[in-house]
Design a protein around this ligand. Structure first.
Ligand code: PGA
Length: 263
């Protein structure tokens, strides 16, 4: 066990990450450029963290150009699980990589609920993103009814077990898991940071039990759901590897407050 600990300490390069998911905002190219410009003008975070912005896919290239080499990565809110073929309306991971995308959300609850994405489909997407050499952000989390029935751990375990199916051990720690209780997304009801930390610990234990201590400790598990400038410090100061931010990421001031969480 002690040996494990030493290995983990020497190998761990885990950085916290803050991801801003713009969802279906803003609507015009001009607004998207203004938003990223405002974020960059305010951006004075001295925190040593990874930062990622996930605009609507149609603005990815534009935002990438605006970033102009600044150390902020770009993500995609989705991708298809095949690289090419007769899939009208879908976006290929190869195209996303070609225009500078580094991270891809897989299985955001809005995709699961509104677009009927199953754990199996999400698993195919996670595998595709890994194959392309990009970082999947696998979103998991329970519905309010499931929480009330005491099923949080069960739901998270199922989503992880299927989401990770047939992924080589060496690729597991390249995945980021975002624990996002569905009842906390866009509702202003933040999961108590203490509770989020406990659930994340349980998720990590599940991964340790399947993949061993090094992988389980190195994998980044972040929290999402009504993160804002007021609660971010409490969340980030815990054993939580970062935040996935929705609403508060489409306002430059509130996103900047989040990026400067401990200043
Ligand atoms: P929210 O969204 O911060 O607006 O709750 C989080 C998310 O959807 O990832």
């Amino acid at each position: 066990m002690d040996n494990d600990k030493t290995i983990f300490n020497s190998l761990s390069t885990k950085k916290k990450i803050i991801i801003g998911n713009w969802k279906l905002n803003p609507k015009t190219k001009k607004e998207a450029i203004n938003l990223v410009k405002d974020i960059l003008n305010l951006h004075k975070s001295t925190n040593d963290i990874d930062i990622c912005i996930i605009p609507p896919q149609i603005f990815i290239s534009t935002i990438f150009d605006e970033l102009n080499g600044i150390n902020i990565s770009i993500g995609s809110q989705n991708c298809h699980y095949e690289s090419d073929g007769a899939y009208t309306g879908e976006v290929s991971i190869d195209s996303l990589r070609d225009i500078g995308v580094s991270y891809v959300l897989c299985g955001h609850s809005e995709r699961r609920i509104l677009f009927n994405e199953s754990d199996n489909i999400i698993n195919k997407k996670v595998k595709k993103v890994l194959e392309a050499g990009l970082t999947p952000v696998l979103c998991i989390g329970e519905l309010l009814e499931e929480k009330e029935l005491g099923l949080v751990n069960e739901v998270c375990n199922t989503q992880i077990n299927i989401g990770f199916n047939n992924i080589k051990n060496e690729n597991i720690e390249k995945i980021i898991i975002a624990y996002e209780p569905v009842w906390a997304i866009g509702t202003g009801k933040v999961c108590e940071p203490e509770d989020a930390e406990k659930i994340i610990k349980q998720i990590r234990e599940t991964i340790i039990s399947i993949y061993g201590s090094n992988i389980g400790k190195n994998i980044r598990i972040i929290y999402g759901g009504s993160v804002n400038g007021n609660n971010v410090k409490n969340i980030m100061s815990r054993d939580i590897d970062g935040c996935l931010v929705g609403g508060a990421s489409i306002n430059a001031e509130s996103f900047n407050k989040i990026l400067k969480y401990n200043l």
